[in-house]
Design a binder for this molecule. Structure first.
Ligand code: AN0
Ligand code: CP
Length: 318
Protein backbone atom coordinates (compact mmCIF):
# COMPACT_ATOMS: atom_id res chain seq x y z
CA UNK A 1 0.00 0.00 0.00
CA UNK A 2 1.34 3.44 -0.97
CA UNK A 3 -1.71 5.65 -0.50
CA UNK A 4 -4.67 5.22 1.84
CA UNK A 5 -7.95 6.89 0.93
CA UNK A 6 -10.55 4.16 0.44
CA UNK A 7 -11.54 0.70 1.65
CA UNK A 8 -10.23 -0.76 -1.62
CA UNK A 9 -6.71 0.38 -0.68
CA UNK A 10 -6.83 -2.30 2.04
CA UNK A 11 -7.80 -5.09 -0.35
CA UNK A 12 -10.05 -7.48 1.58
CA UNK A 13 -11.43 -5.38 4.48
CA UNK A 14 -12.30 -8.45 6.53
CA UNK A 15 -8.67 -9.59 6.39
CA UNK A 16 -7.58 -6.06 7.32
CA UNK A 17 -9.89 -6.14 10.37
CA UNK A 18 -8.43 -9.49 11.45
CA UNK A 19 -4.91 -8.06 11.06
CA UNK A 20 -5.95 -5.04 13.15
CA UNK A 21 -7.33 -7.28 15.91
CA UNK A 22 -4.03 -9.21 15.97
CA UNK A 23 -2.08 -5.93 16.22
CA UNK A 24 -4.36 -4.83 19.06
CA UNK A 25 -3.30 -7.88 21.10
CA UNK A 26 0.34 -6.74 20.94
CA UNK A 27 0.65 -3.25 19.56
CA UNK A 28 4.43 -3.08 20.06
CA UNK A 29 5.23 -6.27 18.11
CA UNK A 30 6.28 -4.38 14.96
CA UNK A 31 8.46 -1.71 16.57
CA UNK A 32 11.37 -2.63 14.30
CA UNK A 33 9.47 -1.65 11.14
CA UNK A 34 9.59 2.09 11.79
CA UNK A 35 13.18 2.37 13.02
CA UNK A 36 14.74 5.56 11.60
CA UNK A 37 11.55 6.32 9.70
CA UNK A 38 9.81 9.65 10.21
CA UNK A 39 6.08 10.20 10.06
CA UNK A 40 4.93 13.74 9.24
CA UNK A 41 1.35 14.65 10.16
CA UNK A 42 0.21 17.81 8.38
CA UNK A 43 -2.91 19.49 9.78
CA UNK A 44 -4.77 22.18 7.86
CA UNK A 45 -7.72 21.74 10.30
CA UNK A 46 -8.35 21.06 13.96
CA UNK A 47 -8.15 17.60 15.49
CA UNK A 48 -8.05 15.84 18.84
CA UNK A 49 -8.37 12.12 18.05
CA UNK A 50 -6.49 11.98 14.75
CA UNK A 51 -3.64 14.05 16.14
CA UNK A 52 -3.13 11.79 19.17
CA UNK A 53 -3.94 8.39 17.66
CA UNK A 54 -1.79 8.86 14.56
CA UNK A 55 1.25 9.91 16.61
CA UNK A 56 0.66 7.01 18.99
CA UNK A 57 0.34 4.52 16.11
CA UNK A 58 3.60 5.81 14.61
CA UNK A 59 5.36 5.53 17.97
CA UNK A 60 4.04 1.96 18.46
CA UNK A 61 5.80 1.10 15.20
CA UNK A 62 9.04 2.75 16.30
CA UNK A 63 8.65 5.80 14.03
CA UNK A 64 9.62 9.35 14.87
CA UNK A 65 6.63 11.62 14.45
CA UNK A 66 6.54 15.31 13.51
CA UNK A 67 3.28 17.23 13.66
CA UNK A 68 2.86 20.40 11.61
CA UNK A 69 -0.12 22.69 12.15
CA UNK A 70 0.02 24.61 8.92
CA UNK A 71 -2.18 27.42 10.18
CA UNK A 72 -0.27 27.90 13.42
CA UNK A 73 3.29 29.00 12.87
CA UNK A 74 3.93 27.95 9.26
CA UNK A 75 3.46 30.29 6.30
CA UNK A 76 -0.08 30.61 4.99
CA UNK A 77 -0.29 28.37 1.95
CA UNK A 78 -1.84 28.99 -1.45
CA UNK A 79 -3.33 25.77 -2.84
CA UNK A 80 -4.54 26.76 -6.31
CA UNK A 81 -2.11 26.99 -9.21
CA UNK A 82 -2.14 30.09 -11.39
CA UNK A 83 -3.18 32.50 -8.64
CA UNK A 84 -1.36 35.85 -8.48
CA UNK A 85 -0.10 35.65 -4.91
CA UNK A 86 -0.65 39.27 -3.87
CA UNK A 87 -2.86 38.40 -0.88
CA UNK A 88 -2.14 37.04 2.58
CA UNK A 89 -0.64 33.72 1.44
CA UNK A 90 3.17 33.73 1.49
CA UNK A 91 4.00 30.29 0.10
CA UNK A 92 2.57 27.88 -2.45
CA UNK A 93 1.79 24.26 -1.68
CA UNK A 94 3.82 23.33 -4.77
CA UNK A 95 7.03 24.41 -3.00
CA UNK A 96 5.90 23.55 0.53
CA UNK A 97 5.13 19.89 -0.26
CA UNK A 98 8.55 18.95 -1.70
CA UNK A 99 10.20 20.81 1.19
CA UNK A 100 8.13 18.90 3.77
CA UNK A 101 9.02 15.67 1.95
CA UNK A 102 12.74 16.24 2.59
CA UNK A 103 12.26 15.58 6.29
CA UNK A 104 10.03 12.51 6.40
CA UNK A 105 9.28 9.09 4.97
CA UNK A 106 5.48 8.91 5.29
CA UNK A 107 2.94 11.77 5.27
CA UNK A 108 -0.56 12.01 6.76
CA UNK A 109 -2.72 14.95 5.67
CA UNK A 110 -5.80 16.51 7.26
CA UNK A 111 -7.46 18.95 4.89
CA UNK A 112 -11.24 19.39 4.99
CA UNK A 113 -13.50 20.30 2.10
CA UNK A 114 -13.65 24.06 1.61
CA UNK A 115 -17.16 23.95 0.03
CA UNK A 116 -16.17 26.72 -2.39
CA UNK A 117 -15.62 24.44 -5.35
CA UNK A 118 -17.15 20.95 -5.42
CA UNK A 119 -14.80 19.75 -8.17
CA UNK A 120 -11.73 20.94 -6.23
CA UNK A 121 -13.02 19.06 -3.17
CA UNK A 122 -14.22 15.87 -4.89
CA UNK A 123 -11.04 15.54 -6.96
CA UNK A 124 -9.16 15.52 -3.61
CA UNK A 125 -6.94 18.23 -5.09
CA UNK A 126 -4.87 18.88 -1.97
CA UNK A 127 -4.27 15.24 -1.01
CA UNK A 128 -3.43 14.39 -4.63
CA UNK A 129 -0.90 17.21 -4.72
CA UNK A 130 0.79 15.66 -1.69
CA UNK A 131 0.81 12.29 -3.46
CA UNK A 132 2.20 13.77 -6.67
CA UNK A 133 4.77 16.25 -5.37
CA UNK A 134 6.07 14.57 -2.20
CA UNK A 135 7.09 11.26 -3.74
CA UNK A 136 6.25 9.66 -0.37
CA UNK A 137 3.49 7.33 0.78
CA UNK A 138 0.53 9.54 1.76
CA UNK A 139 -2.58 8.75 3.79
CA UNK A 140 -5.73 10.74 4.49
CA UNK A 141 -6.28 11.89 8.08
CA UNK A 142 -9.66 13.21 6.82
CA UNK A 143 -9.29 14.96 3.55
CA UNK A 144 -11.91 16.72 1.44
CA UNK A 145 -14.15 13.73 0.78
CA UNK A 146 -12.93 10.79 2.87
CA UNK A 147 -11.96 9.80 6.42
CA UNK A 148 -10.79 6.21 5.95
CA UNK A 149 -8.92 5.84 9.27
CA UNK A 150 -12.19 6.63 11.05
CA UNK A 151 -14.28 4.22 8.98
CA UNK A 152 -11.68 1.45 9.43
CA UNK A 153 -11.75 2.03 13.23
CA UNK A 154 -15.56 1.94 13.11
CA UNK A 155 -15.52 -1.38 11.27
CA UNK A 156 -13.07 -2.83 13.80
CA UNK A 157 -15.41 -1.64 16.59
CA UNK A 158 -18.45 -3.23 14.93
CA UNK A 159 -16.54 -6.51 14.54
CA UNK A 160 -15.67 -6.46 18.26
CA UNK A 161 -19.25 -5.75 19.42
CA UNK A 162 -21.51 -7.57 16.96
CA UNK A 163 -23.74 -10.33 18.33
CA UNK A 164 -24.89 -11.76 15.01
CA UNK A 165 -22.84 -12.73 11.95
CA UNK A 166 -24.45 -10.06 9.75
CA UNK A 167 -25.61 -7.12 11.89
CA UNK A 168 -27.89 -4.35 10.65
CA UNK A 169 -25.94 -1.08 10.59
CA UNK A 170 -27.81 2.21 10.11
CA UNK A 171 -26.03 5.44 9.18
CA UNK A 172 -28.33 8.28 10.19
CA UNK A 173 -28.02 11.99 9.43
CA UNK A 174 -28.64 14.19 12.51
CA UNK A 175 -28.90 17.97 12.94
CA UNK A 176 -25.92 20.29 13.55
CA UNK A 177 -25.58 24.09 13.62
CA UNK A 178 -22.65 24.30 11.16
CA UNK A 179 -22.09 22.95 7.65
CA UNK A 180 -19.95 19.80 7.93
CA UNK A 181 -18.14 17.77 5.26
CA UNK A 182 -19.42 14.50 3.79
CA UNK A 183 -16.07 12.79 4.43
CA UNK A 184 -17.12 10.73 7.46
CA UNK A 185 -20.39 9.38 6.00
CA UNK A 186 -18.70 8.82 2.60
CA UNK A 187 -15.98 6.63 4.11
CA UNK A 188 -18.37 4.91 6.50
CA UNK A 189 -20.54 3.93 3.51
CA UNK A 190 -17.45 2.91 1.53
CA UNK A 191 -16.34 0.52 4.30
CA UNK A 192 -19.80 -0.81 5.20
CA UNK A 193 -20.44 -1.67 1.56
CA UNK A 194 -17.35 -3.90 1.66
CA UNK A 195 -18.16 -5.45 5.05
CA UNK A 196 -20.48 -8.32 5.92
CA UNK A 197 -23.32 -6.13 7.27
CA UNK A 198 -26.87 -5.19 6.30
CA UNK A 199 -26.26 -1.50 5.61
CA UNK A 200 -28.97 1.18 5.54
CA UNK A 201 -28.55 4.96 5.17
CA UNK A 202 -31.23 7.38 6.38
CA UNK A 203 -31.39 11.16 5.94
CA UNK A 204 -33.88 13.87 5.03
CA UNK A 205 -34.51 14.30 1.31
CA UNK A 206 -31.85 16.43 -0.36
CA UNK A 207 -29.00 14.95 1.70
CA UNK A 208 -28.15 12.12 -0.71
CA UNK A 209 -24.44 11.32 -0.74
CA UNK A 210 -22.17 10.73 -3.75
CA UNK A 211 -23.31 7.49 -5.46
CA UNK A 212 -19.63 6.49 -5.70
CA UNK A 213 -19.78 5.85 -1.93
CA UNK A 214 -23.46 4.87 -1.51
CA UNK A 215 -23.21 2.16 -4.19
CA UNK A 216 -25.76 -0.62 -3.45
CA UNK A 217 -26.71 0.58 0.06
CA UNK A 218 -30.40 0.89 0.91
CA UNK A 219 -31.43 4.56 1.34
CA UNK A 220 -34.55 5.28 3.43
CA UNK A 221 -35.88 8.82 4.00
CA UNK A 222 -37.93 7.81 7.04
CA UNK A 223 -35.60 7.57 10.04
CA UNK A 224 -38.01 5.55 12.23
CA UNK A 225 -38.42 2.96 9.52
CA UNK A 226 -34.65 2.75 8.95
CA UNK A 227 -33.89 2.30 12.66
CA UNK A 228 -36.19 -0.68 13.05
CA UNK A 229 -34.21 -3.73 14.27
CA UNK A 230 -30.86 -1.96 13.89
CA UNK A 231 -27.90 -3.50 15.75
CA UNK A 232 -25.71 -0.42 15.31
CA UNK A 233 -26.82 3.21 14.90
CA UNK A 234 -24.08 5.44 13.46
CA UNK A 235 -25.06 9.10 13.70
CA UNK A 236 -23.41 11.92 11.76
CA UNK A 237 -24.29 15.29 10.38
CA UNK A 238 -23.26 16.29 6.88
CA UNK A 239 -24.08 19.15 4.56
CA UNK A 240 -25.77 18.69 1.19
CA UNK A 241 -23.78 17.03 -1.59
CA UNK A 242 -26.20 17.53 -4.45
CA UNK A 243 -26.01 20.65 -6.65
CA UNK A 244 -26.97 23.45 -6.40
CA UNK A 245 -26.89 22.99 -2.61
CA UNK A 246 -23.34 21.59 -2.24
CA UNK A 247 -22.01 22.43 1.24
CA UNK A 248 -25.28 23.97 2.40
CA UNK A 249 -27.45 23.24 5.45
CA UNK A 250 -30.93 22.23 4.27
CA UNK A 251 -32.37 21.15 7.61
CA UNK A 252 -31.85 21.47 11.34
CA UNK A 253 -34.81 19.23 12.10
CA UNK A 254 -34.39 18.18 15.73
CA UNK A 255 -36.76 15.25 15.25
CA UNK A 256 -33.70 13.52 13.71
CA UNK A 257 -31.67 13.77 16.97
CA UNK A 258 -30.86 10.27 18.21
CA UNK A 259 -32.84 9.98 21.44
CA UNK A 260 -33.90 7.14 23.76
CA UNK A 261 -37.23 7.01 21.90
CA UNK A 262 -35.38 6.51 18.61
CA UNK A 263 -33.10 3.86 20.14
CA UNK A 264 -36.19 2.04 21.42
CA UNK A 265 -37.06 1.29 17.78
CA UNK A 266 -33.83 -0.70 17.37
CA UNK A 267 -32.67 -4.15 18.41
CA UNK A 268 -31.07 -2.67 21.55
CA UNK A 269 -28.53 -1.14 19.17
CA UNK A 270 -25.13 0.20 19.98
CA UNK A 271 -24.77 3.95 19.42
CA UNK A 272 -21.76 5.14 17.40
CA UNK A 273 -20.33 8.53 16.44
CA UNK A 274 -16.83 9.50 15.28
CA UNK A 275 -16.62 12.49 17.69
CA UNK A 276 -16.44 15.41 18.24
CA UNK A 277 -20.19 15.38 18.84
CA UNK A 278 -22.62 18.12 19.80
CA UNK A 279 -24.79 16.72 22.57
CA UNK A 280 -28.54 17.23 22.32
CA UNK A 281 -28.18 18.14 18.63
CA UNK A 282 -26.83 14.86 17.21
CA UNK A 283 -27.54 12.65 20.25
CA UNK A 284 -29.12 13.11 23.65
CA UNK A 285 -27.07 12.92 26.86
CA UNK A 286 -28.76 9.71 27.98
CA UNK A 287 -28.02 7.84 24.73
CA UNK A 288 -24.36 8.84 24.51
CA UNK A 289 -23.89 8.02 28.21
CA UNK A 290 -25.73 4.69 27.98
CA UNK A 291 -23.94 1.32 28.21
CA UNK A 292 -24.78 0.82 24.52
CA UNK A 293 -22.67 3.81 23.49
CA UNK A 294 -19.41 2.89 21.71
CA UNK A 295 -18.01 6.38 21.17
CA UNK A 296 -14.95 5.85 23.40
CA UNK A 297 -14.02 2.34 22.10
CA UNK A 298 -14.35 3.75 18.56
CA UNK A 299 -11.95 6.57 19.37
CA UNK A 300 -9.55 4.07 20.98
CA UNK A 301 -9.58 1.96 17.83
CA UNK A 302 -8.25 4.92 15.84
CA UNK A 303 -4.81 3.95 17.17
CA UNK A 304 -5.31 0.43 15.86
CA UNK A 305 -6.69 1.36 12.43
CA UNK A 306 -3.80 3.77 11.93
CA UNK A 307 -1.20 1.29 13.15
CA UNK A 308 -2.51 -1.32 10.70
CA UNK A 309 -2.33 1.15 7.81
CA UNK A 310 1.15 2.40 8.78
CA UNK A 311 2.40 -1.17 9.23
CA UNK A 312 1.32 -2.02 5.69
CA UNK A 313 2.84 1.19 4.32
CA UNK A 314 6.16 0.42 6.05
CA UNK A 315 6.15 -3.22 4.93
CA UNK A 316 5.33 -2.37 1.33
CA UNK A 317 7.57 0.66 0.73
CA UNK A 318 10.79 0.28 2.72
C1 AN0 B 1 -15.51 17.17 11.27
C2 AN0 B 1 -16.40 16.57 10.20
O1 AN0 B 1 -17.61 16.50 10.38
O2 AN0 B 1 -15.88 16.15 9.15
C3 AN0 B 1 -14.52 16.16 11.79
C4 AN0 B 1 -15.07 14.86 12.23
C5 AN0 B 1 -14.05 13.85 12.51
N1 AN0 B 1 -16.31 17.64 12.38
C6 AN0 B 1 -16.40 18.93 12.72
O3 AN0 B 1 -15.85 19.77 12.07
C7 AN0 B 1 -17.20 19.26 13.94
N1 CP C 1 -12.91 11.54 14.74
C1 CP C 1 -11.91 12.40 14.46
O1 CP C 1 -11.26 12.34 13.42
O2 CP C 1 -11.70 13.33 15.43
P1 CP C 1 -10.68 14.56 15.36
O3 CP C 1 -11.26 15.54 14.36
O4 CP C 1 -10.63 15.10 16.74
O5 CP C 1 -9.35 14.06 14.87
Amino acid sequence: MRTFMTASDLGDVNKAVQEALEIKKNRYAYKHLGENKTLLCVFFNNSLRTRLSTQKAGMNLGMNTIVLDVNQGAWKLETERGVIMDGDKSEHLLEAIPVMAQFCDVIGVRSFANFENKEFDYQETILNQFIKYSGKPVFSMESATVHPLQAFADLITIEEHKKVARPKVVLTWAPHPKALPQAVPNSFADFMNEADVDFVITHPEGYDLDPKFVRGAKVVYNQDEALKDADFVYAKNWSAYIDPNYGKILSKDMSWTVSAEKMALTNNAHFMHCLPVRRNMIVTDDVIESPQSLVIPEAANREISCETVLKRILEDNF
